[in-house]
Design a binder for this molecule. Structure first.
Ligand code: HEC
Length: 461
């Protein structure tokens, strides 16, 4: 009797949902607003808008392929057979299976408009850091001149800190959202960037890094991202005299018209902790080791792995070759025993030949509630154009993945140095080169890197 009733109800439900047409205004527009319009709207970085029914109707087919392939919205940290992080990410923009299915069904059933009365209220993106206390801009606006070509400019920003400060929040506001593709903000503790040969904008051309000693990453920004806001008791210490360098990736997409692009003046916003916070957040770039150190850290070569490279040289025309970098958490940091560390955010960094990066952790003596081995993050379709720091969604800071002394981090980078890799083909073409060449470790477009970006927090003693 009960069983029969369930069958009837289920049949009834599936019947009615099959009959209700999937329409743009009712089903697809809310998804597009939430997940696409931060870039696909007038003045955004994407090459076309997805704001009206007509926009979306014309793109229905590619919307399906780009969402199903997980290429849109851009979000590198995906779960794969080799990497399933145990925590979720904060502000994860990815579509749920139900949302993916809706777009697909909408496209497959004639991409109907539906009733405009069903449309969600207009979308207003959050712009700006709440309680921003400082805004820094380059010395003068910068105009992109290379049409349809990527370029990387580093702007020196001087916050004029006369004493050490604690940064609790940061955000980037692009001056011209049509051309600013993404921004990575580095620290320059010794103030070296000031002596580069700077243009009138206070900037210099740069690609892989900022070319100063011991930089760390303050933040990585891409369109549609919320400001980086730490909890009130977390801050990053910046020593007095430190300069900040904003590395802006420009990506003009050919829609400027005859007058060219408007100049860009990208702004960095900062917010400070009031006093010393409870937790210090430090970021470290780990990797790019050319050799193996006596303790086994550094470049790691596994003779039994046919894909492993025996040195940091990616031969011309090599595909799926890997470089592995190891780093054990040192027992002493800054002359003090290493305190318990917790991993707050993580990212990877390679150049154009990179295709996949996985970051793993092996714990020497795991606590009961933590695995001995875990994959911290994997980016299976590496895209230099979408670099981010991914933040774990943990209920409290001490429930983030822990890192203790001698625990071992492994960063495994995979490369495709063939013309089948469109990014390599394009980078070579821009240099007027027709065939792949051996790639070694370095900072320029035709060099490579293998880095992990780690934001760790520890209690201030
Ligand atoms: C963070 C910015 C951003 C977000 C969010 C975003 N896109 Fe895109 N999209 C781009 C950019 C930029 C391009 C141009 C190609 C590139 O640079 O990767 C693009 C290209 C595309 C293309 C064209 C691909 C091709 O090869 O023709 C489609 C289709 C697309 N996006 C759909 C979507 C959909 C659907 C969503 C939401 C579910 C979305 N995008 C979210 C920035 C974004």
């Amino acid at each position: 009797m009960f069983g029969t009733a369930v069958v009837v109800v289920a049949g009834c439900f599936s019947g009615s949902s099959n009959d209700t047409p999937v329409t743009f205004h009712k089903d697809v527009e809310p998804i597009v607003q939430q997940h696409c319009q931060s870039c696909h709207s007038t003045g955004g970085i994407a090459p076309f808008t997805l704001t009206t029914y007509d926009d979306a109707k014309g793109k229905a087919g590619v919307m399906v392929s780009m969402t199903q392939s997980k290429l849109m919205p851009p979000w590198g940290a995906q779960e794969t057979a080799s990497c399933k992080p145990r925590m979720k990410w904060t502000h994860d923009p990815r579509l749920s299976q139900a949302e993916l299915d809706k777009i697909q069904k909408w496209a497959a059933t004639g991409a109907l408009e539906g009733d405009p009365k069903d449309a969600p209220p207009p979308y207003t993106p959050q712009l700006g850091l709440s309680n921003s206390q400082m805004e820094l801009t380059p010395a003068a606006p910068y105009t992109v001149t290379v049409e349809n070509n990527d370029s990387f400019r580093c702007f020196v920003l001087d916050p004029k800190f006369a004493q050490d400060v604690w940064i609790n929040g940061s955000n980037v506001i692009p001056g011209n959202a049509e051309v600013v593709h993404h921004v990575v903000v580095f620290t320059d503790p010794a103030g070296e960037s000031k002596s580069k040969s700077l243009g009138p904008d206070g900037g210099y051309d740069c690609f892989g890094g900022v070319g100063v000693t011991a930089p760390s990453v303050l933040m990585a920004w891409a369109p549609g991202m919320l400001p980086q806001e730490f909890p009130a008791d977390v801050g990053t210490r910046i020593t007095k005299g430190t300069l900040l360098v904003a590395q802006v990736h420009y990506h003009p997409h050919g829609a400027a018209g005859s007058g060219g692009y408007k100049a860009d003046l990208t702004k960095l916003q900062l917010r400070f902790n009031s006093g010393t916070p409870t937790w210090a957040l430090v970021s470290a770039l780990i990797g790019n080791f050319p050799k193996t150190a006596p303790n086994g850290d550094g470049f790691s070569y596994d003779k039994n792995d046919p894909n492993a490279l025996s040195s940091f040289v990616i031969p011309a025309n090599a595909k799926d070759k890997t470089v592995t970098q190891r780093f054990a958490i040192p027992p002493v940091i800054n002359n003090k025993p290493t305190p318990p560390l917790f991993l707050y955010g993580i990212g990877g960094h390679m150049h154009w030949a990179g295709t996949h990066v996985d970051i793993n952790l092996h714990r020497l003596a795991p606590a009961d509630n933590e695995p001995q081995d875990e994959c911290l993050m994997g980016i299976p379709q590496w895209d230099f154009n979408w670099q981010r720091i991914y933040h774990y969604d943990a209920p409290s800071l001490d429930q983030l993945p822990s890192l203790k002394q001698f625990d071992q981090l492994t960063i495994k980078c995979t490369y495709d140095n063939t013309l089948d890799n469109p990014k390599v083909a394009e980078a070579l073409k821009q240099q007027g080169i027709t065939q792949p060449k051996n790639i070694s470790l370095g900072e320029t477009t035709l060099d490579e890197m293998c880095l992990g970006i780690f934001q760790v927090v520890s209690k201030i003693q």
